[in-house]
Write a protein that binds this ligand. Structure first.
Ligand code: CP
Ligand code: NVA
Length: 306
């Protein structure tokens, strides 16, 4: 049976550490395997992307494979033909499918029907590849793999949800600072608390969220597909901007992360994003290494399960 990566907790805590190890080995030049040799990957993107698309394309090439980029206009997934039929046909040509779209259910349907591994490259609900790359960045910056504290400030979106999923597997002191109207997914919040692995706190007080914290994280206030809500989100989230004054309340050596793209001047100021505590471009680079780790792990596990 093949293995997919549709949500962070599709990987056990042990698998997450294995993927991180592999990503780091690729980064250090210690691992040079080519598990995609002779294979092609289909990259289905229904939303724009810089980091995810390019890191997947470059990563796939480095792993010995090639990729085909398919935009919504090309295959019109679920409209021109059913998701199941697209999955069955693509599985006859390619060894991996990477998909960025709106609905998590569509990605799950595609994965159920495909006979090759499927990777979620972002949905409205989650962005699992991003969060594993972020974990690599945190471990690298602090040179340890122990519990860390992180404050996520802003919209309770796919990034927040994937942090909640990570909190079920990896011990984190996770604080979410958001308005009462912009909470993350309630089921994922409940599950993260129930898992008992991490401390998960939600507050509408930004200063309380960042107090003494080691990592400060933010993301755009209006995600892709929600741009019509931009004015409302700006009004709701103005107090959650990551600026120099707020950052001073974090731990002295705190780092700042942002998955990017950023709306400078909204959720983050230039001063913070370009300041000495910002790790956002190292974080962006790590997308490449983590994609290589994720793909290698899926190809290996799918082989073992045959
Ligand atoms: N962080 C991220 O996924 O960026 P892109 O939308 O550019 O892929
Ligand atoms: N929350 C953002 C993440 C972009 C990588 C979005 O979905 O647009």
């Amino acid at each position: 049976m093949k293995k997919d990566f549709l949500a962070v907790n599709d990987f056990s805590a042990k698998e997450i550490q294995e993927v991180l190890q592999m990503a780091l080995a690729f980064k250090m030049g210690r691992l040079k395997t080519k598990p995609l040799a002779g294979k092609t990957a289909a990259l289905i993107f229904h939303k724009p992307s810089l980091r995810t698309r390019v890191s997947f394309e470059v990563g796939i090439t480095r792993l010995g494979g090639s990729s085909i980029y398919l935009r919504q206009e090309e295959i019109d997934l679920g409209k021109r033909e059913s998701i199941a039929d697209v999955a069955r046909v693509l599985s006859r040509y390619v060894g991996l499918i990477v998909i960025r779209t709106y609905s998590q259910a569509d990605v799950e349907e595609l994965a159920r029907r495909a006979s090759c591994p499927v990777i979620n490259a972002l949905t409205d609900l989650s962005h699992p590849c991003q969060i594993l790359g972020d974990l690599l960045t945190v471990y690298e910056k602090f040179k340890k793999k122990e519990k860390f504290s992180i404050a996520y400030l802003g919209d309770g979106n796919n990034i927040t949800n994937s942090w909640l999923e990570l909190a079920t597997q990896v011990p984190i002191d996770l604080r979410i600072g958001t308005s009462d109207s912009t909470w993350p997914d309630r089921n994922l919040l409940k599950a993260a608390r129930k898992a008992g692995k991490s401390q998960v706190k939600l507050t509408s007080n930004p200063a309380e969220a960042v107090s003494g914290v080691e990592v400060v994280y933010t993301d755009v206030w209006a995600s892709m597909g929600q741009k019509h809500l931009a004015d409302e989100k700006r009004r709701l989230l103005a107090d959650f901007q990551v600026n120099a004054a707020l950052l001073r309340k974090a731990a002295p050596g705190a780092i700042v992360l942002h998955c990017l793209p950023a709306k400078r001047g909204e959720e983050i100021t230039d001063e913070v994003m370009d300041g000495p505590q910002s790790a956002v471009f190292d974080q962006a680079e790590n997308r490449l290494w983590i994609q290589m780790g994720i793909i290698s792990h899926l190809v290996q596990s799918s082989k073992k399960r045959k």
